[in-house]
Design a protein around this ligand. Sequence first.
Ligand code: GLU
Length: 493
Amino acid sequence: MSKSRLRFAPSPTGSPHIGNIRTAVFDYLYARHTGGTFILRVEDTDRTRYVEGSLEEMMKGLRWIEMQWDEGPEVDGGYGPYFQSERLEIYHKYAQQLVDEGKAYYCYCTRERLEEMRKAQEAAKLPTGYDRRCRELSADEREACAAENPHPVIRFAMKREGRTEFDDIVRGRVGFDNALQDDFVMIKADGFPTYHFASIVDDHLMQITHVVRGEEWLSSAPKHIQLYEAFGWEAPLWVHLPLILDTTGKKLSKRSGVSTSFYDYILQGYLPDAMLNFLATMGWSSGEDRKLYSREELIEKFTLEGIVNHPAIFDLAKLNDLNGEYIRMTPVEELAKMILPRLQEAGYVSQSPSDEEMRYLIEITTLNRDRMVTLGDAPDLVSFFYADDFVYEEKGVKKHLAKETTPAILKSVIEKLASVETWDTESIDAAVREGGLAVGVEGGRVIHPVRMAITGRTWGPGLFDLMQVIGKDRCIARLHRAEEFSSREISMS
Ligand code: GLU
């Protein structure tokens, strides 16, 4: 059996959509699973929708999620060029072949005529589509038309009767009535091919074995099947992926309340492997009841038969949960390096951190990683480890700092802490409790005001652990600051 060859064929029309990346994930996993080839092909034939920079973003995104293509831009594989805009001669040659064989034809109809035709069809409540006026032109008529419109398009002559049927790996046998099909444009007036034509020619020439694409292309498949038949080429296997819906059951879109831009997830600090895991299981199942798959496991287990035949749900809660798990599975030194740029940007860590700064960062990372959903959470979560002049959380001020008893409690705790010699968690724990007992309070009544004093918040990692990391002098200074603040609050109330 020949090796599998799968292409991911994005159009550079904007920032990569999460649904497109899901398609790429399936291409990649199946290619890796079968020891085949993963190809990146750039479908840049629609000049009106071209967006500068979007291909670069796509390539960066694919590399970020560690799905390096084996052939495509920057990686020659012998089937190039991999940009459709550089293959125009090839399309013209094959289009001409179909014209010569009577399977395609020049269409001279002007935009105005097509527009009128469409309006008339709509008014008569008929299905819209090209009325095939140019399909049966005599040589003379054609010459007259060409004189009037020197930039004809080339249309494919679709069958008018019967059905076009094919097997889809996900859906089984699928069929469409030919009477409802349109003589679609293969080559546009500007000389560029349409997606329908270019992708078939390329899939054939690039020896693509499996076409994996979104369900929205299913209804175009009859065009593609008939093109294969017209050329006498063997069609690849078809794999139409399930739609992606949001958690309310609507098609995932900007209105879904979650971003559809792949880049947003990168920027927010999702991890590549978590994202891969999430996207791979959005429409595919190994049949086991599990949520975590390493890259290697996905490659090993991924089969086309596991693609589900019902819509997939984009569940942000699931992604967050997964990402948290991946964060906790990441060795702490590595995680510290991952959040470093974000802390540098926040101004917490210097541009070339000293060993001391890195050691501190690792300790902080250890204490905070359980609470991190994305790397983007880090600057806020750890801010008080760096900044001493934080603002006290309002809720905590009311509950813990604006209380009559607080200044005395803090003062007492300061005294006990000042005499701690070995600044470790046990000694801090003991000193804080003793400080409370000395003024007649224990448990939460001492812990909460101290936590507010040290962190400005009512929540966070274990208090004694974080105090140990922040250090004795800074903790005592913060307790003084809170004591003064507390006295002021009380005197003002
Ligand atoms: N350029 C098409 C798209 O971006 C590719 C569809 C296909 O994979 O055939 O949707």
